[in-house]
Design a protein around this ligand. Structure first.
Ligand SMILES: [Zn+2]
Length: 164
């Protein structure tokens, strides 16, 4: 049984090793991992589940940190400040869906989608809480949860007043 110190040392070594890999070596490693997963279906999932159950506090801390980093990255990609007033404090910033269908996507992780590029960034903008609320109130976004879902700009009701 390894001591905590030894484990930590080993982890740092592992990380250094992984970071030093060339893209080809990394691909080879991933390929082996995929093969292992095919040969032993569910084993890695089971292992991670067991690890999470045993290390709840650490896992939660890691998740929190990860969400925070992802959010900051997303904000940076979207310009880093409120498009209306220039507020830069991340605590006060929100990602706003320009065409007002954010309420249809509330279970999605926009931060992650912005960072990975899975979402059309042109449809998003940064607003501070104050400007965001003003926009929502004025455009009535919060009253349109039953409107038909479309991520196209055409879905924007031209008759409605738009602040930003
Ligand atoms: Zn603002």
């Amino acid at each position: 049984m390894r001591t905590t110190e030894q484990k930590q040392k080993r982890r740092i070594q592992d990380r250094k090793y992984r970071e030093g890999l060339t893209p080809a070596q990394r691909e080879e490693r991933n390929k082996k991992a995929r093969e292992y997963n095919l040969l032993h279906p569910g084993r890695t999932t089971e292992q991670s589940r067991r690890w999470v159950a045993k290390n709840k506090a650490r896992y939660n801390k890691y998740q929190k940190n990860h969400r925070r980093t992802t959010r900051l990255k997303a904000y940076e990609i979207l310009g880093g400040c409120c498009v209306h007033c220039g507020e830069t404090d991340p605590v006060l910033l929100d990602i706003d869906h320009i065409y007002g269908n954010g309420n249809l996507r509330k279970n999605r992780n926009s931060d992650q989608e912005v960072v990975s590029g899975r979402i059309n960034r042109e449809q998003l903008q940064l607003l501070c809480v104050r400007c965001h609320r003003l926009k929502t109130r004025t455009n009535g976004d919060h009253l349109r949860s039953n409107s038909t879902h479309s991520e196209q700009p055409e879905s924007h009701d031209a008759g409605q007043m738009t602040l930003f």
